[in-house]
Design a binder for this molecule. Structure first.
Ligand code: NI
Length: 174
């Protein structure tokens, strides 16, 4: 269903790319986020067999590489193949667009990808709906919750188990 050796290769690649970054609001290495997102995806694959597990797991581990590191599409495609690189690119915000348009644009591009890529976006937001940093305003918390609801509405059909987890996280987020 998914290969441990591909997991290791993708995790190494991503951890090197994100080297020196911390997960916002913590003092922990950024790669903790990649472990959480891939864990959510792997749990969903267990509940929902029939998916391309390698595509889902590799995209989960690599999903922030293009957005947050100097490593680009071509290097991911060379190391992991075009379907993985296409998935990661769809999961990357287009920062040339106005901020308010970036989420809808990314969701549109994700919806043109296989459902395994949708699963990564659901898992990413599940992982990001931990208690918000104390310095966030109530407006920012509400905006983040609304954005999560937008992700749920666009992508829930890809995975009942991830959709249920995201739904619960949204309900409890404050
Ligand atoms: Ni992420």
């Amino acid at each position: 269903m998914w290969s441990q050796d591909r997991y290791l290769a993708a995790y190494h690649f991503a951890a090197r790319a994100h080297q020196g970054q911390i997960y916002p609001g913590t003092e922990l290495p950024y790669s903790i986020h990649l472990a959480f997102v891939s864990m959510e995806v792997i749990a969903a694959l267990r509940d929902e067999p029939g998916r391309d597990g390698d595509l889902a797991v590799q995209c989960a581990l690599l999903h922030d590489v293009i957005e947050d590191t100097p490593v680009g599409y071509a290097e991911i495609a060379a190391a992991f193949g075009t379907p993985v690189a296409d998935g990661v690119l769809a999961l990357t915000k287009d920062e040339s667009l106005p901020h308010a348009a970036q989420m809808a644009d990314s969701l549109r591009r994700i919806r043109r990808q296989p459902p395994e890529v949708w699963m990564v976006k659901l898992a990413d937001r599940i992982s990001n709906l931990q208690p918000p940093p104390a310095y966030w305003t109530a407006e920012k918390v509400a905006r983040y919750r609304d954005e999560a609801a937008q992700i749920y509405a666009a992508l829930a059909e890809a995975s009942p188990s991830l959709a249920a987890r995201l739904h619960a996280k949204i309900a409890g987020y404050r």
